[in-house]
Ligand binder design. Structure first.
Ligand code: AMP
Ligand code: ZN
Length: 133
């Protein structure tokens, strides 16, 4: 946590292009933007993955993402939150991206390799998930 780059940004030890700050969240421009206006919203509570963040620390994230999306004034955009290396997480402090999609080439590119689900397998999976939910 002491070495966490986003905790350092929250504390002001590393400069950032701050958009908004409250007691729970901090929002700033991404320094490696996928498109103009690419922004990040982070909880002030340190945790690497979404499941490590207390609910009350998450309550402002989507409202702030919505305000940023409106301020960016781009009709098409993605809200993204990566968890774990193979899920493309590089910084181990939970962050939500707001990424404008101004055209086909800029912004987030997504591979979406779907397959048709087997209904019986889906029903079994649903039972398993609901049992743990
Ligand atoms: P992810 O792949 O979801 O972990 O995304 C990490 C994001 O953090 C990338 O888009 C980086 O460009 C961004 N990033 C890393 N360091 C900084 C920084 N000091 N200020 C702003 N954005 C940063
Ligand atoms: Zn941190």
């Amino acid at each position: 946590m002491a070495a966490c780059i986003f905790c350092k940004i929250i504390k002001g030890e590393i400069p950032s292009m701050k958009i908004f700050e409250s007691d729970k969240v901090f929002a700033f421009l991404d320094i490696g933007p996928l498109s103009k206006g690419h922004s990040l919203i982070i909880p002030k509570h340190h945790g690497a993955k979404l499941t490590e963040i207390p609910d009350e620390q998450l309550s402002e994230i989507l409202p702030v993402a919505k305000r940023i999306a409106k301020a960016l004034d781009c009709p098409d955009y993605n809200v993204l939150q990566n968890n774990g290396r193979i899920a493309h997480q590089v910084v181990d402090h939970v962050h939500f991206h707001v990424i404008p999609k101004p055209n086909e080439t800029e912004g987030l590119g997504i591979s979406w390799p779907t397959r048709e689900a087997n209904k019986d397998e889906l029903a079994k999976l649903l039972d398993e998930i609901k049992a743990k939910f």
